[in-house]
Design a protein around this ligand. Structure first.
Ligand code: ZN
Ligand code: ZN
Length: 447
């Protein structure tokens, strides 16, 4: 009898370049194919370059997953199943998917983003791109069905993958939280998760990024309330208001636009990445945004729109732009440095509605940015944000519902993954027998 083997390809030694391969009776499903942006940033710091990155270089600097350990699985791979559109889950597709003769399968919004991103980089790949409706099943082969189960995260149409096989169900549950009041999309389907648990889950691969936090992750509704408090509950008439947010966070953007309307301000969205995600969301019929805002995505258009705002009076507008990590190339940085002509006045508001990812160069860049803003007397509102990832008490809930035989924590290096192992132990799982702390490129047989 053949066994099931799982290879934790990437995202187990770092936060980024997520990829896991599940081989059942010789047929393989790949879950996610991500990118580690941080590695490119570090590389650029050491050897600044404008050249496009080759697959070879990205492999060398560990920016994309290393597929050497699953070479023999490549010919019989049935699907590259993607959970959602974040770069740490899709960024490797354009480089690695062509190695596999398998389709890339994801929800419509996710596929739209992948296609737009490749289009921006002028990349074409031979793989079929298959859109599956949220909460539907893709038949990867006669023996393998992949169920895309909707789950709240910080971008639309995120899925948990329940891989149904003759050996049982394997659940790949990364990037999610049990949010019962999401601003966009459905609540978690607890009933279905419980059903999967009673059918029999062989292994649960679970997001453990915040497993060390002894909380249940707060809902996106809380972020909405935080935003409401800052936007509608402070004295800002006569001031400019500038808000950052992750461009892929359509729910957050929706909240900002609604409060902009309540403030009687025209919402102006600036930056190329916003254009990409808004288009992807609209063509997947998730929500309509472009008719409620004024948007500029290219440099000259951004420049023109900012001077229009400046001329007509910034107090009539709410500006949404990139720059939450302090990126020197972001719209907010360019407004501060004067590359885009915008004058900051005392009492203007800058709201950071995103997580500052606490690594260099972000920390330094953001400090520099905030110092400039403070010099101009601008009021800064930090961390008007909640995460899209589960914490310890969501993880406990997921383990109870799905009742897996084995658990593999994912989405981080060992210090981040360990609290999940400890939690599983507390729940009766035994280390190395049924809860497994894995590293990149390791394989484990689940029988
Ligand atoms: Zn992720
Ligand atoms: Zn994500």
């Amino acid at each position: 009898m053949k066994n099931t083997e799982i290879c934790t390809v990437g995202g187990y030694n770092e936060v980024g370049r997520n990829m896991t391969a599940i081989n059942v009776d010789g047929e393989t499903v790949i879950c996610d194919m991500g990118f580690n942006v941080q590695k490119v940033v570090e590389y650029q710091d050491e050897s600044p370059t404008q050249e496009a990155y080759s697959r070879h270089l990205l492999q060398e600097i560990d920016a994309i997953p290393n597929i050497n350990k699953i070479k023999s699985w490549i010919p019989n791979t049935k699907a590259i199943a993607i959970t959602h559109c974040h770069l740490d889950h899709i960024g490797g597709v354009q480089y690695l998917a062509p190695e596999f003769k398998a389709p890339v399968v994801a929800t419509p919004y996710t596929i739209n983003v992948i296609q737009r991103q490749m289009g921006d980089n002028s990349v074409k790949i031979p793989n079929k791109m298959i859109k599956v409706r949220p909460d539907s099943i893709y038949n990867a082969s006669k023996n393998i069905k992949i169920e895309y189960l909707s789950i709240p995260h910080s971008t639309p149409e995120t899925s948990l993958l329940a891989i149904h096989t003759k050996k049982g169900i394997y659940i790949y549950a990364t990037d999610w939280k049990f949010d019962n009041t999401p601003v966009i999309g459905k609540k978690p389907d607890y009933k279905r998760l419980k059903e999967l648990g009673s059918i029999g889950v062989k292994c649960l691969i679970i997001d453990s990024l915040y497993s060390g936090k002894n909380i249940k992750s707060p809902s996106e509704k809380i972020a909405r309330d935080l935003l409401q408090d800052v936007l509608l509950g402070t004295e800002n008439s006569g001031s400019a208001i500038i808000t950052t947010c992750f461009a892929s966070h359509i729910a957050r953007l929706k909240s900002i636009i609604e409060f902009g309307k309540r403030l009687n301000r025209r919402v102006v969205v600036l930056g190329r990445s916003f254009g990409r995600y808004i288009e992807a969301a609209e063509s997947a019929h998730i929500t309509k945004i472009s008719d409620k805002i004024k948007m500029a995505t290219y440099r000259t258009d951004i420049k023109r729109l900012i001077s229009e705002v400046q001329q007509k009076g910034p107090e009539k507008y709410l500006i949404v732009c990139t720059g939450g990590q302090g990126e020197p190339n972001s719209v907010l940085s360019k407004m501060i440095k004067g590359e885009f002509k915008f004058k900051f006045y005392p009492e203007d508001h800058v709201i950071f509605s995103n997580l500052l990812i606490p690594v260099e160069p972000n920390l330094t860049n953001r400090n520099v940015m905030e110092a400039h803003l403070k010099d101009a007397g601008v009021r800064i509102f930090n961390n008007v944000h909640v995460t899209g990832h589960c914490a310890k008490e969501d993880i406990r809930e997921m383990i109870k519902l799905t009742n897996p035989e084995n658990i593999i924590p994912c989405h981080g290096f060992d210090r981040l993954l360990k609290p999940s192992c400890e939690l599983a132990e507390e729940m009766g799982y035994k280390p190395n027998r049924d809860v497994h702390l894995m590293k990149n490129g390791e394989k484990i047989i689940i029988d």
